[in-house]
Design a binder for this molecule. Structure first.
Ligand SMILES: Nc1ncnc2c1ncn2[C@@H]1O[C@H](COP(=O)(O)OP(=O)(O)OP(=O)(O)O)[C@@H](O)[C@H]1O
Length: 355
């Protein structure tokens, strides 16, 4: 059973003055209570603008926003950011440098007191609770410059969750962190948000990050949501060549139609009912769908091998000098320069019209 809807966007549109096209174009989507939605897309596709519209930092030309069942943006109805019951975590943490951790976290709670939602005497207790939730007990008196980047981002998260908002917005929250911190903090942030039952939307242009921490994903392109779904569905069944290329980082092989089969450099594949009605198309072959084996008569040559811990990533060249990528278990080690054959294991070949 679906949980209640916490956020509903309907045909939200924002065009900045002097711009030829809207930054956010007719975006409609629904987020359920307790879910984490990832906004994924290339630079300039409108992710941050969409987040800023939800936060109330920008005003749309058209469309509506409902939060927790109430309109917060709908024609003449306009709830300003500080009254939206939304917490925001920015890419650059945006902590107050002259305030210690406790006072940074307490800051948002003072607004709650002014709005009569919290007693002044509870500020310290609530701030301490949020600091403990992000694992920073003992750091209350430190200043931002005395913390690592990852710790600063946790303070920013504590500040956002302290007032227990209906929704938390995170704008590329991990992008200023080095890769190790990024990997564990993103899991931690997911755990923290899930632990308090918070609903969240986070912006990223990192597909692996989006797939790993979202419950649902909106892939954006030119201001529009090109595909919305679970990470699994989007990875397995990308609805367009754009989504397929951006999310799966697959290989796309030129395929020529000969009657009932598509011919590619890696063999022939049956044409199915959903195939594009074209003589030439592209076959999606994910990096993990290629099984490589040494074969002196093979038509691929290993150009590079990267060790990724649990797997190798191979760069291969075809007879027509195209590049393919394959990921295999580390027990199947191949040498650079070796000639190989690839077996392609596809349950259902996915074809896209040529882009
Ligand atoms: N204040 C503004 N005035 C004019 N144009 C803007 C403004 N803010 C954003 N834009 C334009 O709107 C489009 C969407 O920008 P936005 O920052 O939302 O994209 P993004 O997907 O978040 O990009 P990135 O991943 O690079 O942060 C871009 O073309 C950008 O140049």
């Amino acid at each position: 059973m679906d949980l209640p809807v916490i956020l509903k966007l309907d045909a939200l549109t924002k065009q900045f003055a002097g711009q030829a096209a809207p930054a956010v174009d007719q975006v409609s989507l629904v987020l359920h209570q307790g879910d984490l939605l990832g906004l994924l897309g290339p630079s300039g596709c409108g992710k941050t603008t969409l987040l800023r519209l939800i936060a109330g930092f920008e005003r749309p030309q058209h469309g509506t926003i409902d939060l927790a069942g109430h309109p917060i943006c709908d024609g003449p109805v306009w709830v300003p950011p500080e009254r939206r019951d939304v917490g925001v975590v920015f890419q650059d943490y945006a902590l107050f440098p002259h305030l210690c951790v406790l006072d940074n976290v307490a800051f948002g709670l003072k607004t709650q007191v002014r709005r009569g939602k919290l007693a002044a005497g509870q500020i310290r207790e609530e701030a301490t609770r949020a600091i403990a939730l992000v694992g920073l007990q003992g750091f209350e008196k430190r200043f931002p410059h005395e913390l690592s980047g990852g710790q600063q981002q946790r303070v920013a998260l504590a500040r956002a969750i302290a007032p227990r908002p209906s929704l938390i917005l995170l704008d590329e929250p991990f992008s200023n962190l080095d890769v190790q911190v990024r990997l564990y903090l993103r899991q931690e942030v997911r755990d923290i948000l899930k632990g308090v039952g918070a609903s969240g939307i986070f912006v990223t242009h990192d597909q692996e990050e989006a797939l790993s921490i979202s419950d649902s994903l909106a892939v954006m392109r030119s201001g529009q949501v090109e595909q919305f779904g679970t990470p699994e569905d989007i990875y397995r069944y990308p609805s367009s060549r754009f989504v397929a290329g951006f999310v799966t980082q697959a290989n796309f092989l030129r395929a020529e139609r000969h009657g009932n089969v598509w011919k590619t450099v890696l063999g022939s594949f049956a044409v199915d009912a959903a195939a594009p009605a074209a003589a030439i198309a592209e076959l999606m072959v994910r990096q993990e769908d290629l099984q490589l084996r040494p074969d002196p008569a093979g038509n691929l040559v290993v150009r590079d091998r990267q060790f990724l811990g649990r797997e190798y990533r191979y760069t291969l060249t075809t007879a027509t000098n195209d590049i393919l990528y394959a990921r295999t278990a580390t027990r199947d080690r191949l040498e650079v320069g070796q000639t190989v054959t690839a077996q392609v294991d596809l349950n259902q070949p996915q074809m896209f019209a040529m882009s």
